[in-house]
Ligand binder design. Sequence first.
Ligand code: SIN
Length: 277
Amino acid sequence: MSVEVRPITPTLGAEIYGVDVHNDGHFEEVHKAFVDYSMIAIRDLDLSPEDHLAFAERWGEINVNRFFKPLDGYPRIATVTKEPDQTKAIGEGWHTDHSYDQIPAMCSLLLARETPEVGGDTAFASMNQAYLALSPAMREMLHGLKACHSSRHAFGATKEVSNSEAAKSGRLGNAELATQDAVHPVVITHPLSGRPGLYVNGDFTTHFEGWTKEESQPLLDFLYDHCTKAEFTCRLRWRTGTMAIWDNRATQHKAINDYPGQRRHMHRITIEGCPIS
Ligand code: SIN
């Protein structure tokens, strides 16, 4: 039996029902939906951490997260948790995972273990739709630019990071490992779909190569605002047992922190990508 793919918007995001993670045919259908919609949400899964890891390995090599607290006994599974007494969620700003790596991650598989009754959605934005909505002259200029990305200010041993609730509560750690810097084109061609897309994000991009930070910031701010216009986004409402898989080369995402006093607990596995250009 085939899986059922229900698009959330015409170009970004699809819910998928009826997936058996052990079925090769289902994997092909799920993978096709991933390429077509850039973010898929597989519903109604009942997976052990071992099942989650085995399914992740079908996508590629697992990238062990350096900074997120791992799940006890499973160093390759990162936890993304907000306790009822905590105020900040991990990933609250629009971003794409691992853009600071020379070879950025392909995708992240986030499995909901415990969700608030209402709230705690994740928003996603299509970097292809954002690119296509720019004027031809702006697109042409951006094609000539590269941008610098870094993990240092986000996860490193800065005052802001070490004083943050996430670091103090142990949700983020290993600040000494935040040494990654990378330069990537501002417009990339997606390695699977061939579609062009913007590749800068507010959490990790620091400036355009060859430009000062002051020169870069106004154009970066314009691009961040542009990328996250409602027209290019979709929103995923979680349920326990939902697994979202998003393509980090085609989307940005943001954890919506609107559930004070409730617990949200997710398991994340990230998969290595390939060089981007
Ligand atoms: C993340 O940014 O990886 C987490 C997103 C979420 O918790 O919704």
